[in-house]
Design a protein around this ligand. Structure first.
Ligand SMILES: [Zn+2]
Length: 294
């Protein structure tokens, strides 16, 4: 590989690593907010367990159990970032089951390995994730979570495997996929923002909203989505630097662009992805170190 190519790849890796800073700051703020969830859970668990101990007469270790219920989700979430080898395989398998994923068939594995070889020809540091699975979906999407990758069957049958894979590997190589799993563990169960009425049950519904972890995530949701949108552009940039910008642009044009809808106050919204058309234009724009090919 030439010195120029090495420089380009080093810049791309640097851009990926740069994603760690603001993401970790946001995560710290979210975790601090989740302390209120822990307090609410401790309160609920202590009351329920004390009542159970009083009714049954059993020697229930109320304090230990209440603390586990309160801080367990926070500890599990932190472990995703502190000890990935422990949490990634569990999170990945759980995600596969939740997605209804299945192991790849031989032709799908072949398409995947061909794409990895294509990426490695430009960036020798590219590694295939240890765990990836196929989602039985005719669309051409892919997603990264913890250290795992989900590829739609439709993508593996399409000509866009390498460019989409490059984009997803960018999420896996940075902190994006791991932060997603860490955030997910902070939420015990999704819950709608409580309506004001009926007033008599508002306090209880509010307490449950805080206790399940949703309140702190709701407060930080806009900031998170702004951050995730910036990470989408960073992942696009990595694919473009591997020479796959045109391919990724074509994939977006075929699969994402037809479904676009206007979003009110987009910059501050909770949209998970930036608008597709500017992404396509950016991917097709000439840039330093890009040797585009369809
Ligand atoms: Zn992405």
């Amino acid at each position: 590989m030439s010195d120029a190519s090495k420089g380009v790849l080093a810049t791309a890796r640097g851009a990926l690593r740069a994603g760690l800073g603001p993401g970790m700051l946001l995560y710290s703020a979210t975790l601090a907010g989740e302390l209120s969830a822990a307090l609410a859970r401790w309160l609920i668990a202590a009351v329920v367990l004390n009542v159970a101990a009083w009714i049954t007469g059993w020697p229930i270790p109320v304090q230990a159990l209440a603390l586990a219920v309160a801080f367990g989700p926070l500890a599990a979430s932190l472990l995703c970032l502190i000890c990935p080898p422990l949490m990634d395989p569990i999170a990945g398998r759980w995600w596969e089951m939740s997605c209804g994923g299945r192991p790849p068939e031989p032709d799908e594995r072949e398409a995947f390995e061909r794409a990895i070889a294509q990426l490695r020809a430009t960036d020798p540091s590219v590694r295939a994730p240890r765990h990836w699975f196929v989602a039985e979906d005719s669309r051409r999407n892919a997603a990264a979570y913890a250290a795992s990758l989900r590829l739609d069957r439709g993508l593996l049958e399409s000509p866009y495997v390498a460019p989409v894979l490059a984009h997803e590997l960018a999420h896996l190589r940075s902190s994006d996929a791991r932060l997603t799993s860490a955030l997910n563990l902070l939420l015990l169960s999704p819950m709608d923002t409580p309506a004001i009425r009926p007033l008599r049950s508002l306090a209880l519904r509010g307490l449950l909203w805080v206790a399940c972890g949703q309140a702190a995530l709701w407060l930080t949701a806009n900031a998170w989505e702004m951050y995730w949108r910036s990470r989408e552009l960073a992942a696009d940039e990595y694919a473009a630097r591997l020479g796959l910008g045109f391919g990724l642009a074509s994939a977006l044009e075929a699969d994402a662009l037809p479904h676009e809808q206007p979003i009110a106050r987009m910059r501050f919204s909770r949209a998970t992805h930036p608008y597709t058309k500017p992404r396509i234009v950016k991917l097709r724009a000439p840039g330093p170190g890009r040797s585009e090919r369809e």
